[in-house]
Design a protein around this ligand. Structure first.
Ligand code: CP3
Length: 346
């Protein structure tokens, strides 16, 4: 179906656009009271994510209520370990927790490469319902975690400031680490292909824990697997968002992805030079800027847009929107991007 608003896809292709497209990482499922109402009607996050009609409803909410230029399917990166045989729980106010973790070759034997059509059927069904509900209004983004970030949760068993258990494995048993990363990569590729077949218009890979690895470890344990995913997904554009990976920007410039997501620590002038027009750029307002008074938020947003001028830019935050952000501030951010005219103000 022809999309009514395809700004995002046109920017990625390098076509001329009337204005910069805008969406927010974690726009579904954090900030909207309308989301909390749906969430309160079920037992918790996992039930919501596994009920396609409700997942589709909360995916579309930010399009209706905030006016973003893309929807991102409501799910989580941790559905992948679960589909591989390692279930998780979402502990209220604490985040994800895995009753079992991967620490040895024996643990690996209990894992499998998942088949998305059965193991992740509910996500694919939610995508199909969302596409119907969107009716071509905006593109739908599919996503998965990067193999390194998924590995970090599977080995650590929960969120962590240091992910020291996960990083210890890279030093103690690199062979096992590569085996696990390979299993995750295979699952991720068939999962993303399943999402494409179900109707997503582009995909984003979240390497949320890129920044805790040394550059050498990042090159050994993350980049080759990201590259495999980017090479395998040829049907739709691929965005790679690697939080904290400023040291790998030369590698991303040469990767088979279409768009590079940037956090707010990145030096945009330097990145524009490094990418040299080869990638669309997405980001990168500090999510904490949405706590600023209105005038300061508008000024910060405009300053960001000016910094990206001359590149193929998709406006976004530098990481997910924080849960206690006011929807009014999010609307102001979106409105500021939509009203900004780079040529007139630059
Ligand atoms: O726009 C969206 O929010 C779409 C859905 C989405 C979720 N998780 C839903 C969710 C997306 C894109 C994600 C990605 C995700 N999940 C990442 C990568 C992005 C990033 O923020 O770095 C990561 C690292 C996770 C893992 C995860 N899931 C954590 C650490 C947590 C707990 C803290 C938190 O973010 O709330 C989750 C839980 C989670 N994922 C919730 C939602 C709506 C909250 C669960 C609840 O309602 O109880």
């Amino acid at each position: 179906m022809q999309l009514k608003n395809d700004l995002l896809l046109r920017v990625i292709k390098g076509e001329a656009v009337e204005r910069t497209p805008v969406w927010l990482m974690r726009q579904a499922g954090r900030i909207l009271p309308e989301y909390r109402a749906v969430r309160a009607s079920v037992s918790g996050f996992i039930e919501l994510a596994q009920t396609p009609a409700l997942a589709a409803e909360v995916t579309i909410q930010p399009v209706d209520l905030l006016g973003v230029d893309a929807a991102i399917i409501f799910s989580d990166i941790l559905v992948v370990p679960e589909a591989m045989g390692l279930p998780y729980e979402m502990v209220e106010k604490r985040g994800p927790w895995f009753p079992k973790t991967i620490g040895s070759a024996a643990d690996l034997k209990n894992l499998r490469v998942a088949d998305p059509n059965t193991d992740l059927h509910y996500v694919l069904e939610a995508i199909r319902l969302t596409k119907k509900g969107l009716n071509g209004r905006v593109p739908l983004i599919g996503f998965a975690g990067a193999p390194w970030t998924i590995f970090a949760y599977m080995v650590e068993g929960s969120g962590s400031k240091t992910f020291s258990r996960a990083r210890a494995m890279l030093y103690q048993n690199p062979v096992l680490a590569h085996k696990l990363l390979d299993l995750i990569t295979k699952t991720t590729i068939s999962y993303l292909k399943g999402q494409v077949a179900a109707g997503v218009n582009l995909v984003q890979v979240f390497d949320s824990w890129a920044g805790i690895l040394s550059p050498d470890h990042y090159r050994e344990f993350s980049l080759p697997y990201l590259q495999k995913i980017c090479e395998a997904i040829t049907e739709v554009p691929v965005t790679v968002f690697a939080k904290g990976a400023y040291f790998a920007m030369d590698d991303f410039a040469g990767m088979a992805c279409d768009t590079v997501g940037l956090d707010w620590n990145m030096n945009i002038d330097e990145i524009k030079r490094k990418m040299n027009g080869r990638k669309a750029l997405q980001g990168n307002l500090d999510p904490a800027a949405l706590y600023a008074p209105d005038e300061a938020l508008v000024a910060q947003t405009r300053a960001m847009l000016v910094r990206f001028a001359g590149s193929r830019h998709i406006a976004n935050l530098g990481h997910g929107v924080y849960p206690d952000t006011s929807p009014e501030k999010v609307k102001l951010f979106i409105q500021t991007v939509k009203e900004f005219n780079t040529t007139a103000e630059n």
